[in-house]
Design a protein around this ligand. Sequence first.
Ligand SMILES: C[C@@](CO)(OP(=O)(O)O)[C@H](O)COP(=O)(O)OP(=O)(O)OC[C@H]1O[C@@H](n2ccc(N)nc2=O)[C@H](O)[C@@H]1O
Ligand SMILES: Nc1ncnc2c1ncn2[C@@H]1O[C@H](COP(=O)(O)OP(=O)(O)O)[C@@H](O)[C@H]1O
Length: 299
Amino acid sequence: MTNSVRVRVPAKVNLALRVGGTDEQGFHELGTVFQAVSLGDEVRATTALPGQFRLSFLGEGAAFLPTDDGNLAIRAAKLLARHFERTDVGVSMVIRKRIPVAGGMAGGSADAAAVLVACNALWDLGATRSQLHDLAAALGSDVPFLLMGGTAIGTGRGVDLTPVLTDGTYHWTFALSHAGLSTPAVFKEFDRISAPRPTEIPAELLEGLRVGDAHKVGAALINDLEEAAISLQPTLAHTLKIGLEAGALGAIVSGSGPTCAFLAGSDGHAAELAEALGVFSGVRAVRRAHGPVAGAQVL
Ligand SMILES: C[C@@](CO)(OP(=O)(O)O)[C@H](O)COP(=O)(O)OP(=O)(O)OC[C@H]1O[C@@H](n2ccc(N)nc2=O)[C@H](O)[C@@H]1O
Ligand SMILES: Nc1ncnc2c1ncn2[C@@H]1O[C@H](COP(=O)(O)OP(=O)(O)O)[C@@H](O)[C@H]1O
């Protein structure tokens, strides 16, 4: 049995996020297109004594993250052990974070997906993709996509996934905000200021992705949570405007925000956007990435 495993996991951006009505548990019906991007976290999992589940962080936001059961990574490891009735396992995990915390890029979900993949290998469980998908869906709405990666349509709570045919590489610049936004707070603000929307994905977006036309994709980006995120953090409107004025092919709040995503025509263009956005006081930091990339993978 291996005693140490490293897993890389991407962040996500929602190219479309349509928000419909709520189900009996208060979850909104979604129609979304996820894309996995190269800004990612890395998990190193090492065997520990039975029943020991340890976690520490390095990098982005490390000081502010819980390391107990409040962390999705610990919950993922314990859920996997429980599901396979393995009381003889334990794990010590170090997560190098690059994905902004509470940024709408699914950092916590990404770590949970990575831990499922890492502990499955570390404990030699032989879980199938479908078993991992079901455990991921029990942990959170974004977790199954971070296992899958690529570009995919998500329906229901966002966990029913269908891969999307895409061509080409998409170059992104991300503008990080000074403060995070809580996902439940943004959905609550959406309920306060908006009516449920039809959850159809724009046909132009899928067509643009199919033929690899970044201009078409940029023009079709849509996020029904954007207004709610801007209502809670008004500076985001300025950030989006700055990116568009600097020539972004499309600009959007990423998921529940507050990270703003800008589509560029090339890597060089993404660097120009990063320069224009980086000088705005409302932006804490800028990051560049490309997509689509693979989901959580053992290195
Ligand atoms: C909005 C999205 C878009 O991909 O992600 P983020 O941008 O926050 O990363 C997701 O729907 C978030 O997914 P995730 O962060 O995993 O959410 P969960 O833990 O499942 O749910 C957190 C809370 O968000 C709200 N929620 C989430 C998903 C959904 N379909 N409807 C909801 O109303 C609920 O209030 C729920 O209690
Ligand atoms: N491993 C983790 N990485 C990041 N955040 C985590 C993690 N575990 C729990 N959290 C908590 O989840 C919340 C949402 O963080 P995150 O998943 O980064 O954002 P988002 O849902 O906006 O994409 C934060 O308040 C954070 O404290």
